[in-house]
Design a protein around this ligand. Sequence first.
Ligand SMILES: Cc1cc2nc3c(=O)[nH]c(=O)nc-3n(C[C@H](O)[C@H](O)[C@H](O)COP(=O)(O)O)c2cc1C
Length: 178
Amino acid sequence: MSARILLAYATRYGSTQQVAEAIANKLRESGLVVDLEPMRQVRTLAGYGAVVLGAPLYVLHWHKEAHDFLSKHQEALGKQPVAIFALGPLHDDEAERQGSREQLDKELAKFPWLVPVAIEVFGGKYDPAKLHFSDKLIASLPASPLHNVPAGDVRNWTAIDAWASNLPAKLELKKATA
Ligand SMILES: Cc1cc2nc3c(=O)[nH]c(=O)nc-3n(C[C@H](O)[C@H](O)[C@H](O)COP(=O)(O)O)c2cc1C
């Protein structure tokens, strides 16, 4: 199939948007036509042959806009290849990554009609100095996993590039010839 891809993302502090941009660039390098859009701005999936969705995990949940997107576009998403990524873990630690993956899997299980061709969790970015008020409050709780966590960025751009390079085959897309 030769087709246009929609890469739709949600973000609170911008790190997922930057990952979405990197994935879009990689897909374009493979000759694909990619529309990169914030999820909340997408009106229709008409004209797309595949969809890639990316959003961060917050307090054990996938970003609310991702839930809204899946609900709103269920019918169209059920008919085309969908790949999914989430940002989350704040340390380069396999057990933490696995925990975030379980959070994402639990969230996706709420949409049993969705059968993604690829699902991945990437490390995230965190800066306590830049948090909005409500997130600052959560992070300040002694029981919070964010308590006293320093600023960091564990996005692995090599892993992100590698995932994006494998996507066209998984989405069964060929580069546009026109
Ligand atoms: C208040 C708060 C709660 C978070 N909760 C989780 C979580 O439950 N699981 C997880 O894997 N990551 C969690 N994270 C990490 C974020 O997913 C990570 O910082 C991500 O890169 C943020 O993406 P964004 O910059 O696109 O908003 C949390 C971060 C904050 C600030």
